[in-house]
Design a binder for this molecule. Structure first.
Ligand code: UDX
Length: 442
């Protein structure tokens, strides 16, 4: 049982903290936002993450929250940096929160290990080492320990990691971090710091590449009459490829893939290498978000004055996170086309991210008198979308399934037109009546 300090009570910090407490360690999480610390001390979670509340409850006695850095540092065997490293406008990593942590390490013992869990560009370890030395913290050792937590399944991912990557230029420091994870049944991969930093970026960029690849395959399938889901099933059975991350759709979003792919692109560019593949991954993803617009135009013609319901706003199901959500780009494209846009999501609260979009509390409200309903996020609730009730509430029963969630045949049998991604879609049934629709009072 060790004492662990954590800086940052965001997704990574809270899941990592609760995870280590579940492994029996004493964890103190330092957060700079006092209101967030008050929430946490009152037992309220500031984020929506399935299973995290239970993990907190079960390990409450081993979890402390504070705004005081010294409380997280004092007596700690390891201090984890779990602060946000968002992308700047140039796409570089904003490391200001990391440097702030280094300024808050007063009282850190010389045998404490500083561990980077935030996603950082390759080479950050060297800069942190130099920064520690200039602050007279030469004795404090540094380890890179990237996380691979996916939102919506993060607590499971922490307790059941595929691997634990430990990058250290100091063997003993790496041993300390390995020991902290001892109770987890997972392969430990030890390497140097720079390689560990690259593992994180490369892993996310490769997952994003698989998504852009299958999305391009989907786009070709539409032109040659093949079904991308069948294709994905066929190629996914190859043990060299595997079935994961081959779900075609309207593009990836979230706080990680877009940022990490751009980090890698810039890292390569700043190092004198033109990384063509990641450039293409980003470009394909941006275009994929917009393909829904042309699918709607195919069925509806001009979108001006049409009412479009966007179903699912979070960047993926089981999270309330809107960061880089495809719904944001899609909504602004549709508004720019003069369409009236309605949105629904079971948990995400977009706030100012979806200006001009009428947010609805129910799916039925969102699709009322709509000329089309678009599945943007594959929430389970939407599996029952194609119902007589929804069909009769819509002005034009057209479903554009941006996540291939539904069975095209079943949807058509219920009297809807269907348009998927890389799937056989309903034949173009001619533009709907253009006469200004008589809107039933809400
Ligand atoms: C990701 C990585 O999975 C995780 O290991 C890392 O630590 C952080 O980044 P996350 O961003 O939470 O996690 O979500 P993920 O489930 O990976 O999905 C990312 C995006 O890709 C979502 O927008 C999702 O809709 C999309 N996606 C995912 C697809 O379009 N197709 C797929 O087959 C899988």
């Amino acid at each position: 049982m060790s004492k662990i300090g954590i800086f940052g009570a965001g997704y990574v910090g809270l899941v990592t903290g609760a995870g280590f407490a579940a492994l029996g360690h004493d964890v103190t999480i330092r957060e700079i936002v006092p209101e967030r610390v008050d929430e946490l001390q009152a037992g309220r979670l500031p984020i929506y993450e399935p299973g995290l509340d239970k993990l907190f409850e079960q390990n409450r006695e081993r979890l402390q929250f504070t705004t005081a850095p010294e409380e997280a540092v004092e007596g700690a065997e390891a201090v984890f940096v779990c602060v946000g490293t968002p992308a700047t406008y140039s796409g570089d990593a904003d490391l200001s929160a990391v440097w702030t942590v280094l300024d808050d390490l007063q009282g850190i013992a010389s045998d404490t290990v500083l561990v980077m869990k935030s996603t950082v560009p390759v080479g950050t370890g060297d800069r942190v080492r130099a920064a520690l030395d200039t602050r007279g913290l030469n004795e404090v050792s540094y380890v890179s320990n990237p996380e691979f937590l996916a939102e919506g399944s993060a607590t499971h991912d922490f307790m059941n990691p595929d691997r634990i990557v430990i990058g250290s230029d100091d063997e003993a420091a790496g041993d300390v971090v390995e020991e902290l994870h001892a109770k987890l049944d997972a392969t430990v991969v030890r390497m140097d710091v720079a390689s560990a930093e690259m593992v994180k970026l490369a892993a996310n960029a490769f997952l994003a590449t698989r998504i852009s690849f299958i999305n391009e395959i989907a786009n070709v399938c539409e032109l040659v009459g093949a079904d991308v889901d069948e294709v994905a099933r066929g190629i996914g059975l190859d043990h060299r490829l595997g079935p994961h991350f081959l779900r075609a759709g309207i593009g990836f979003g979230g706080s990680c893939f877009p940022k990490d792919v751009s980090f890698l692109k810039l890292l390569a560019g700043n190092s004198g290498y033109h990384f063509q593949l990641v450039n293409a991954v980003i470009e394909v993803n941006e275009l994929q978000k917009r393909r829904v617009v042309s699918k709607l135009q195919k069925h509806l013609g001009q979108l001006a004055g049409k009412r479009i319901a966007l179903l699912g706003l979070a960047f993926k199901p089981n999270t309330d996170d809107m960061r880089e959500a495809p719904s944001i780009v899609l909504a602004s494209r549709l508004l720019a086309e003069g369409a009236e846009v309605r949105g629904w999501d079971p948990v995400a609260r977009p706030g100012g991210l979806l200006t001009g979009v009428a947010l609805c509390d129910t799916v039925l409200d969102a699709v009322r008198d709509a000329d089309a309903a678009v599945i943007v996020t594959e929430w389970d609730e939407l599996r029952e979308l194609a119902s007589p009730e929804v069909r009769d509430a819509m002005r034009n029963p057209l479903i554009v399934d941006g996540r291939n969630l539904l069975d095209p045949k079943a949807v058509e049998q219920l009297g809807f037109s269907y348009e998927g991604i890389g799937r056989a879609s309903s034949p173009f049934s001619g533009l709907p009546e253009t006469a200004e629709p008589e809107r039933k009072p809400a």
